[in-house]
Design a protein around this ligand. Structure first.
Ligand code: THG
Length: 368
């Protein structure tokens, strides 16, 4: 067993000890924090997410807080999606782009107050980015990381569980909307949100010292709903077509190529970062698109990949496989293909795997 050496650069979540006590067996690094990736039984964890309810330490979804009179102005400058009509208590999925229209993060934006916004970020440094733009535009917004750590419940029974913990009002929460509550002395936001397509909620703990208390409380109430430990599930998220920023994207990927074009508002007014580049990319037509790939042979490796794998069509290099997993529902090895617009769903390709060239069929996403 090879270990990761401790250091103050690799942070542990407030739920870390609870996941260790629940039998976590592996972590990845995400936003310089440990993110659980398994509890020893991938198949049981998958079906728990699909049939019951799964408890996830997602404190790695760290918050970048913008606060001050110009917070909304800065949030809009950073976001090529219209946030002007957002209400307090509303969230939105936002593709953040650089000046060239390249995707640099895909956070959920939460409007906490008229003068306070949180970007709940994927794995890249949005703090430095927001601070640099704030300084250059002379907006004087206070940018910090609040004392917050999200814990998710995902799966079909998560609504009953959330209702039992927070009250029946959670049943009326719209997707990405949230409300602040305090239960058993634990302050948190409750949002209908999460990185799966099985439905669920996120509890944004607002005092990291109460991590174990919140985890144990949710776990205890969850017993009758068959709750168990889990984590963002590779098989389910790939079947469902959810993007992993940094895994399925590289330093050239724009939102149109990875099915995020619908989350852009190209007719926005003002000097919004990336907008003019995004308009040009849209007018010229993106060169690549994201499809699914299904390996034809069930016996090929279904292990996660360290590097993108080359995809060939009729002898020509047409793109890359950006992830790979076993699909428990399709009972096949699947992955995302970021490929030239010259190839389409329904066509056969060859993928250069560690076992040599393997045949796969391209399909539209999502798989399920
Ligand atoms: N929750 C919170 N923060 C996050 C994530 C999260 N930050 C990082 C990462 N996940 C951001 N990525 C996503 C990707 C997809 C979704 C949410 C966050 C998602 N998408 C739905 C879909 O694609 O169907 C709905 C999007 C919509 O219709 O608006 O849920 O999970 N706090």
């Amino acid at each position: 067993m090879i270990n990761i050496s401790p250091s103050a650069r690799t942070l542990r979540s407030p739920f870390y000890q609870s996941t260790v006590d629940d039998g976590v067996v592996s972590f990845t690094l995400y936003n310089s924090m440990f993110l659980p990736t398994g509890f020893g039984n991938p198949e049981a964890e998958y079906w728990r997410l699909k049939n019951d309810v799964s408890l996830w330490d997602v404190a790695v979804q760290r918050q970048v807080q913008l606060k001050g009179k110009n917070a909304g102005k800065l949030a809009q400058i950073l976001s090529p999606r219209d946030i002007s009509k957002m209400k307090i208590g509303q969230g939105k999925y936002i593709p953040l782009c650089n000046h060239s229209g390249v995707l640099i993060n895909d956070p959920v934006l939460l409007k906490i107050d008229e003068d306070c916004y949180w970007f709940s970020i994927a794995d890249s440094d949005v703090w430095s980015w927001a601070r640099a733009i704030n300084y250059e535009r002379q907006l004087n917004v206070d940018i910090s990381e609040p004392d917050v750590a999200p814990l998710a419940i995902q799966g079909p029974k998560s609504e009953d569980l959330a209702a039992e913990i927070c009250g029946n009002w959670v049943r009326d929460l719209k997707y990405f909307w949230f409300r602040h509550i305090e239960i058993e002395g634990i302050p948190f936001l409750v949002a209908r949100s999460g990185y799966s397509k099985q439905g669920g909620f996120e509890f944004y703990l607002q005092n990291k010292r109460l991590g174990t208390k919140l985890y144990n409380f949710v776990k205890e109430v969850g017993q009758k709903y068959n709750i168990g430990p889990g984590c963002p599930n590779l098989s389910e998220r790939v079947e469902s077509g959810l993007l992993s920023f940094g895994g399925d994207t590289d330093h050239l990927t724009n939102p149109f190529e990875v099915r995020l074009g619908n989350y852009l508002d190209l007719d926005l007014e003002g000097d919004i970062i990336g907008l003019s580049s995004l308009k040009k990319i849209y007018e010229q037509g993106p060169k690549r698109h994201q499809l699914g790939a299904i390996f034809k042979n069930k016996d090929v490796s279904n292990l996660p990949i360290f590097e993108w794998m080359a995809i060939y069509h009729q002898g020509e290099l047409v793109g890359s496989l950006t992830n790979r997993t076993w699909s428990f529902q399709l009972e096949k090895t699947i992955g995302f293909a970021l490929v030239s617009k010259k190839v389409h769903a329904g066509e056969s390709v060859l993928i250069e795997t560690e076992q040599g060239m393997k045949e796969a069929e391209l399909v539209d996403l999502p798989f399920v």
